[in-house]
Design a protein around this ligand. Sequence first.
Ligand code: BGC
Length: 776
Amino acid sequence: MKEYIIHNGWKIIEDKFHPELNKITESLMSLGNGRIGHRANFEEKFTGETLQGNYVAGVYYPDKTRVGWWKNGYPRYFAKVLNAANWIGIDVKIGNEILDLNTAKVMDFRRELNMQEGHLNREFTAELPSGKQLKVVTRRFLSIVNSEIGALTYTITALNFSDKLTLTPYLDFDIRNEDANYDEKFWDEVEVNIKPGEGYITAEVRKTLFHVCTGMKFNILRNGEKITWSADVENRTKFIANIIALNIAQGESITIEKFGVNVSSENFPKEELMKSAVNLLNTAFQKGFTQLASEHTMAWLEKWKTSDIIIEGDVAAQQGIRFNIFQLQQTYTGEDERLNIGPKGFTGEKYGGSTYWDTEAFCLPFYLATAPVQVARNLLIYRHKHLQKAIENGAILGFKQGAALYPMVTMNGEECHNEWEITFEEIHRNGAIAYGIFDYVRYTDDWEYLAPYGFEVLLAISRFWAQRVNWSVERQKYVMLGVTGPNEYENNVSNNFHTNRIAQWTLRYTLEVIEYLREKHLLQYNGLKEKWGFNEAAETANWLNIIQKMHLPFDEKRNIYLQQDGFLDKDLIKADGIPETERPINQHWSWDRILRSPYIKQADTLQSMFLFEDEYDKDTIERHFDFYEPLTVHESSLSPCIHTILASAIGRGKKAYEMYLRTARLDLDDYNNDTADGCHITSMGGTWMAFVKGFGGMRVRNGRLSFAPILPEKWNAYSFRINFRDTILEINVNKQAVRIENLSDKELTLTLYDQPQYIGGNKKTEVQLKHNENED
Ligand code: BGC
């Protein structure tokens, strides 16, 4: 763990220069607006530790993959989000010395991300080897109002010298991905336009042929007043710059205001790309930095109105939850159903920017409750659009009759992952996608989504499960062999409880949906049956049989479901015996040792207990929690959130709080020693669930919203808002009471601590806070 980030409710602060931690800070302070994003790289040259990162949503390259032995069924490529043009760059030279914080003496350094207003600030004093001292103050943002636009200001003050100052604002498309498998570059130059004060490059992605045009335009000010200047222009392949020589006198400040634009052929016709970039950038430039920044701030304040969570009495926890919400909002805005949420969002290259089961299993609930319904719906539509490819993927693996296996990792619907034990075996992802449909309909009441979208996906997934199981004569049960559950520290196991359980559940849910369609949309349903060649009688009879006879490994003695067949053969030594120096084990132990160990990377059986909570009583959940939690190492970011929710539900407040801090501050404190690669964006949806479903106890049961709040001991109070079927509710919890306020005109009845509560439009209700009975 690294605890260098200063605790603050609204800001992420690094209050002195930590060059050795720079990649972590760059990840933490990344900016994004759903369309473009970048890491908190420095504007000026920096030769120290850095991971350069600028990303344009939806623009990727299908890289050839590296594998030891090729296996039939492997995908042909690994899609990776591309490191795109760096438009923030400004080289700074005083006399003949270049400003580089790796070689200068750095004093009074402060970098902070203002989450309330969505901008990144930095200031420092640097002493160059010659002894010249300068102060630099910067601010930048990526507009959430004009999602193609970013802007920054960079002010240099000469503290103890007068000299020549050379500024070189540039735009660099000659970049590569750090994770390029063959060290190739992925961009080719198409068109360049450069003159004093502005410049544009259009580049094309090899193979996928996406075009992106990035532009820059700037102003220069002396002591706050605009000045005229002349520039030499530099133009080499995929790189353009202006070189501006000025004089700076001691005490004077020179500011450069630099504006950037990024447009891609995903949203503009290729032939008009540069024209569009020029127009957008000119409009932004005319508005000016202050106006653009204030529109952007206003939009952020608006976003916080519906999504903020306030915690009183615990700044670390407060900072954690806001950081998670802020990053989720920066990553996905839901305006474009072709986009999704990569595990690292716009904060790094790892995971290739692709879509995982994380979206449905961890992120969907956040967008459901904090954004207009269209946002979550678009996440579902994304998968519906990929249905044909999922069916083709199933066919490649030998499945028939329209059975779909959604990819483990995808950009455009095609599978991109190739480790056989994950690509072919981690099939519980299919269940997560089905569950996402259920979760969406349960929350929104948008049953209409099921015909045709939801049903088509459910049918194809159910067909997959029906073929993936086989009848075991020995057991007289359906079994599922050769799978990997969410716990990737076990591979190629038989009868992973979570996988069998979610398969069984999917089949049952699909049957329910069919019943609904028969009743409400018979005509459309008959059409769908025909379209998909669905032999309802035979296929559903088979599904029913599987549902009834699915093998779920169980240990009579302990009265618990087992993660998989044979789990009890392991040497079940608790994880608290692993020395700190060997954690995370995936960075210290051989893979073989991990596989033989009993250690669980992330909630697996407990993932099911969470999803299907209503089917288990509290004692059952408690027994499973007590068995699996001590074996869990939480080395996947997606783990502690589920443990918070279950711990809250069974009254383990201390554990819930411990797990909450771990999920909320996972990146801020670098728990798993991997934030340098980027932040764990999808687990942030899990953090939100940990709070609202864990501490808030929020559920939707039988169409009704319910709450059962608990208050962690350390906190004085908390509050959050949610949007439920066009009603905005504010939930306030303090040491004495729970107050729920209906901020809309619509009345609603909800359940609070198992009791129905009617709340009229713009009214509130209040009950006593319930305390944990069985605190550990
Ligand atoms: C987890 C997976 C997850 C992936 C991307 C892995 O470490 O085990 O469950 O889908 O990361 O977040």
